[in-house]
Ligand binder design. Structure first.
Ligand code: FEH
Ligand code: ZN
Ligand code: ZN
Length: 347
């Protein structure tokens, strides 16, 4: 079958013929319906040059996947052939303390395992068929459109986890700032409006991205190019925001987050732009908690899918066939995508 492959670090993805995957004994074989193109894939193609992650190419890209079950291994309770499912992306060991509570994104045996999942060292969803090693990694989609649902597994789950960690602080009268209104940002806005009473303020450089965020429920939008710090402080009555979610991760956005996080607020660094900021007394308000976050838990993916099934969140996708997939990454690199690019390998 044809697959979009990363053949070596610092190379562009290419289409090549690969053998069809077999059925994992405890897992499932999926007909891929949707494979989201993630900004992290651009980092895989450009920024990694050694197996610093403990894994490396060649592998098939695509770590944001939905599919239809074609065959099931032996431990497939509650699943059936023909069922549409979402694939939980971080494939942990399944038995350590973190995996035991569904936090496979933080598996304590990750270093020993190596590859982080399908599309991250193992073969992912940018191909007509995909093998998933264990049925615990599958979440039924019910009546959701599997193409539109693919971004829920990463562009939805990742900001959902970041919002979740701040949820106790997002009380009536609070504010949440989302920095970056792209693939993850347009989901973060909807998630915040669905699960909290917080005023949602979105920051981006692109007017069309801010317009999409506004149409999806953002209460306020602020241009990153127009002195966003004072603007956000005014919008929060001089107090700052209880939660700041930086989906970019550049020097300027981290500095903005530290500037506008309220006393005892949270700054969650999710974006991979590689930025940094000094962390000294008074570089942020007192007791601002800063943390990086990575993806989300299996239970949180179930919650994200429930939000979508309730019609409270919806990913905006641009569809591409498998032979258009490399072009989708080019558009992403040029900032010309609105919402998320989803490849449909069987369309
Ligand atoms: C993937 C690979 C490496 C770092 C971060 C990511 C995220 O896109 C996963 O959500
Ligand atoms: Zn990703
Ligand atoms: Zn584990």
């Amino acid at each position: 079958m044809l697959a979009l492959r990363l053949k070596a670090w610092k190379t562009e993805a290419v289409l090549e013929e690969v053998p069809e995957p077999g059925l994992p004994p405890a897992g499932a074989l999926l007909k891929v319906i949707g494979a989201g193109a993630c900004h992290s894939d651009l980092h895989l193609m450009r920024d990694f040059e050694t197996d610093a992650m403990g894994w490396g190419p060649p592998f098939t890209l695509g770590h944001e996947n939905t599919g239809e079950i074609v065959a099931l291994g032996r431990r497939a309770f509650g699943l059936e052939v023909g069922q549409p499912v979402a694939v939980y992306g971080p494939w942990g060991c399944g038995h350590c303390r973190r995996c035991a509570i569904g936090e496979e994104s933080y598996c304590e045996n990750a270093a020993a395992i190596g590859p982080a999942g399908g599309g991250l060292g193992l073969d992912g969803g940018m191909a007509p068929l995909m093998a998933v090693p264990d049925t615990r990694l599958l979440v039924p989609l019910g009546s959701l459109d599997p193409v539109e649902a693919a971004p829920l597994t990463d562009a939805g789950l990742t900001p959902y986890h970041a919002v979740n960690r701040s949820l106790p602080k997002l009380v009536p009268g609070s504010a949440a700032v989302v920095i970056g209104a792209g693939g993850l940002g347009h989901m973060a806005v909807q998630i915040l409006k669905a699960v909290s009473p917080a005023k949602v303020i979105v920051v981006d450089t692109r007017q069309e991205a801010l317009a999409l965020a506004k149409s999806l429920g953002a209460d306020e939008t602020v241009s990153m190019d127009e002195n966003p710090g004072p603007a956000i402080m005014e919008l929060t009555h001089g107090r700052g925001a209880e939660a700041v979610i930086d989906l970019v991760g550049a020097d300027s956005t981290i500095a903005l987050g530290m500037r506008v996080a309220r006393t005892r607020g949270d700054l969650s660094l999710v974006g991979l732009a590689g930025g940094s900021a000094p962390f000294r007394f008074l570089t942020a308000r007192i007791e601002v908690e800063m943390a990086t976050t990575f993806w989300g838990t299996r239970a949180e993916l179930m919650e994200v899918i429930s939000l979508a099934q309730a019609g409270l969140i919806r990913s905006h996708v641009q569809r591409f066939t498998l032979d258009q997939a490399a072009g989708a990454y080019r558009l992403m690199r040029e900032g010309k995508l609105e919402g998320r690019a989803v490849v449909t390998p069987n369309a």
